[in-house]
Write a protein of this length. Structure first.
Length: 141
């Protein structure tokens, strides 16, 4: 959403809109990066280290309060309640939808960004050749 709404491409920017103001805005990008990079690269959130200490990220789905801090095995865990994050994301999507309906410039930015992202360039000569062969076979069929 950050890419389409603000053209920043920074997921941390969009994630920050899901968190309350104040101190959470200061740590939003760190939380986003630890969550995103951990899940993408090692299938679990990364710990966040600071000043010789660390905190883990815990994912909750229902009862545990959002952004509460729990101790697990003597280590603090910041709880991210997915239900609450999803509700906030839904609100942001609804807000963006309303913005697109009301603002022609926002629609143009959205359309331009979408068009840019619809193309991925084959990166190696071998890939280019393989795509040529593949599309030739398809054209002959």
């Amino acid at each position: 959403m950050a890419r389409y709404r603000s053209a920043s491409g920074e997921g941390g920017v969009a994630f920050a809109t899901l968190l309350p103001g104040g101190i959470y805005q200061t740590v939003a990008r760190t939380i986003y990066n630890a969550l995103r990079n951990g899940l993408v690269h090692s299938y679990e959130a990364q710990d966040i280290e600071f000043d010789g200490s660390s905190v883990g990220l815990a994912i909750a789905w229902r009862e545990t309060p959002h952004l509460s801090v729990l101790l697990k095995d003597g280590k603090p865990q910041l709880v991210l309640n997915m239900r609450e994050l999803c509700e906030r994301l839904s609100e942001q999507i609804d807000s963006f939808r309303a913005e697109l309906r009301a603002d022609a410039n926002a629609r143009d930015r959205f359309f331009t960004q979408c068009r840019k992202e619809r193309v991925h360039t084959a990166g190696t000569p071998e890939q280019v050749q393989a795509w040529k062969e593949l599309t030739q076979k398809t054209a002959e069929a």
